[in-house]
Design a protein around this ligand. Structure first.
Ligand code: ATP
Length: 214
């Protein structure tokens, strides 16, 4: 069976940098599905500005017309902090022998050593890292060592083993970030062509980032 991709994020809001990256990884790795998994109460950063249900609604709207893109709302539904290792553990229980691929941008990967029980992630999933503008792959330290120990350039290996490998993928570099989007909207500018129209509409109607752009 083809691997399952899991794309976690705050998605505050979801943008074309997320969607294009997920799409290219879906294609290059032959993922049967990419599950977008919005965080509820994120442990690694300050509180998001749009509440979890609104972020979830934006993700649902954004992925609605792409086959194989799905939404997993377990972290939003769960009260309290969700650690990735616990979420991956739950997914592993559901998908016994399936190849599971956790998709991360390079910036998120560089923060991995700060994650709760991060080394255990490799017992549960493969980690797939997409390049992101402004961030370089590590060559030293724990992540440099991890690349030597677990790195692979073989998609075949990702399909054959259920977990345990680290794979870095070049994707089209789109310099879009949620933080910059929120700042742009707050300054009264229009996020058009940076987010799907359906997401832009939700932002406009809910006024979740304070100022509307019309
Ligand atoms: P912020 O700017 O507030 O940090 P973000 O744009 O990074 O937000 P997140 O929801 O934190 O959005 O990101 C979810 C995942 O998507 C992370 O793994 C992140 O590295 C990745 N990602 C986000 N934007 C891009 C992009 N433009 N290109 C590639 N990966 C991205």
């Amino acid at each position: 069976m083809r691997p399952l991709g899991i794309f976690g994020g705050t998605f505050d809001p979801i943008h074309f940098g997320h969607l294009r990256t997920a799409f290219e990884l879906q294609q290059s790795l032959g993922l049967a599905e990419v599950r977008f998994l919005p965080t509820g109460d994120p442990p690694h950063r300050s509180e998001p500005l749009a509440d979890a249900n609104l972020r979830l609604a934006m993700v649902r709207a954004a992925v609605a017309d792409q086959r194989g893109f799905t939404v997993d709302d377990r972290e939003v539904r769960r009260a309290g902090v969700s650690y990735s290792v616990e979420t991956m553990d739950a997914l592993r229980e559901e998908f016994a022998d399936r190849s599971l691929c956790l998709l991360l941008g390079m910036d998120a990967f560089l923060g991995l050593p700060g994650w709760h029980r991060w080394q255990e992630l490799f017992d549960l999933v493969h980690v797939i890292v997409a390049h992101r503008p402004g961030w370089k792959a590590p060559t030293k330290g724990p992540l440099g060592e991890l690349l030597v120990d677990r790195g692979t350039g073989s998609v075949q290996e990702l399909r054959q083993a259920p977990a345990g490998r680290l794979y870095i993928q070049a994707v089209t570099q789109l310099e879009i970030s949620s933080t910059e989007l929120r700042q742009l909207i707050e300054a009264g500018h229009d996020p058009r062509y940076l987010v799907p129209d359906s997401v832009r509409e939700i932002i406009r109607e809910s006024r979740c980032y304070a100022r509307s752009h019309d």
